[in-house]
Design a protein around this ligand. Structure first.
Ligand code: SF4
Ligand code: SF4
Length: 387
């Protein structure tokens, strides 16, 4: 490819060996590349050095409360969707040291957290996950109160997206308008095409950095037929989402239904385990903990992930603001889909489906909204009969 050519938005065809070359270029440019890889029976995100670290020939089966890896009949590199981890753990880690204090011979020394963060290349980012990073950018950097640690870790991230041609059983990004094709905020985007007799990738650049990296690869301009095939796969993926969520009037629906008896029905199943918030790529609740060692010579303050599903999270002045499961579930879903819009100007849900898959009792955010919608169309006699 001609290095001087302007390629943003144009599609090129590369083979698998050029994907390895891409990883080599990233390493040579000083990036720490993290991407999907199989660990302990799930696909997670971790450091990858070569194409062989990707989950080659694996797929994931996902349903409410169920996740299984399964072998595919082909050697697809990206033939699965999202696992329990998200990119959140790299930019907003589960545990962040705020300060540490040491006492030594009567003097006290303050240790600040290291700010020497890796220059990350996120490899294999799904469209819904790009949107989740954008949501978190608003939360942590979108006002006068910027989160210093998040901003430092997020700086200079390189995003290599993968368009989803096979949605999972709990995905609903098409309903949330966040996928399955990455439309913005990426440096490079890949579409994998596996046919009976050929296996290749379409690649497009979304930034000047992406264009420079792409110029290092051996590629051919994609033909009209190859582009049409990729479009066809993406349209099919959008039509075949595992789930759907009707977002019409969703904010007012939730506000109108704060006292709906349905919340008590959900609470009978909800364990308040907080799994849904831990796996969610946009949830951002945290708490601050102070600890000292047993000798009393050092102390530290850390910020760690917390969840609005714990009783302690809303504990103030001798009591919890949300003492019951039903108030906590109602709070979570109302924040995600309604008050998040008032607070940050966007939905707090990107339709990744993780909270459905990883809920041990299979509570499904799309079904809960549907139940509220249905309850509004029931007559009072029908509603009573349902209780
Ligand atoms: S609420 Fe559920 S579906 Fe929506 S972004 Fe969070 S984990 Fe994904
Ligand atoms: S909705 Fe499911 S995952 Fe979330 S707290 Fe309740 S039981 Fe746990």
């Amino acid at each position: 490819m001609n290095k001087d050519a302007s390629t943003t938005g144009e599609q090129f065809r590369i083979t698998q060996d050029q994907l390895q070359k891409l990883l080599d270029v990233l390493r040579d440019q000083g990036y720490e590349t993290v991407g999907p890889t199989v660990r302990e029976g799930v696909i997670t995100y971790d450091q990858i050095d070569g194409v062989e670290d990707l989950p080659i020939g694996w797929t994931d089966e996902q349903e409410p409360g169920k996740y299984r890896l399964k072998k595919r009949s082909d050697k697809a590199l990206f033939g699965y969707v999202v696992g329990p981890h998200s990119w959140k753990k790299f930019v907003y880690p589960p545990r962040q040291l705020l300060w540490r204090m040491h006492r030594d011979n009567g003097t006290q020394k303050l240790e600040e957290p290291s700010e020497d963060y890796p220059r990350y290349a996120f490899f294999g980012v799904r469209s819904c996950e790009i949107q989740a990073l954008a949501v978190q950018d608003k939360v942590f950097m979108g006002s006068d109160y910027r989160d210093r640690y998040y901003a430092l870790r997020r700086k200079d991230n390189l995003i290599i997206a993968v368009n989803c041609v096979e949605p999972g059983g709990t995905c609903f990004c098409a309903s949330m308008d966040t996928g399955p094709k990455a439309r913005k905020a990426f440096d490079l985007a890949l579409t994998e095409i596996v046919e009976k007799d050929q296996h290749y990738f379409l690649i497009e650049s979304g930034s000047d950095i992406g264009t420079d990296i792409l110029s290092e690869l051996k590629s051919d301009p994609a033909t009209d037929k190859q582009i049409a095939r990729a479009d066809e796969l993406l349209e099919k993926a959008a039509r075949n989402m595992g789930r759907q969520l009707d977002t019409t009037d969703i904010k007012d629906l939730l506000y109108r239904n704060a006292e709906n008896r349905h919340w008590e029905q959900v609470a009978k199943r909800c364990l308040s385990c907080s799994n849904c918030t831990m796996v969610c790529p946009t949830c951002f609740c945290s708490t601050v903990e102070d600890t000292t060692d047993l000798t009393g010579t050092s102390a530290e303050r850390v910020r760690r992930w917390d969840s609005c599903f714990t009783l302690e999270f809303s504990y103030i002045h001798g009591g919890a603001v949300r003492p019951s499961e039903h108030t906590r579930y109602r709070h979570w879903i109302t924040h995600k889909l309604a008050s998040w819009q008032d607070q940050f100007g966007t939905s707090g849900c990107v339709g990744c489906g993780r909270c459905i898959t990883w809920c041990p009792v299979g509570i499904d955010i799309t079904e809960e909204i549907k139940s509220l919608q249905d309850s509004e169309s029931l007559t009072s006699d029908e509603a009573k009969a349902k209780e």
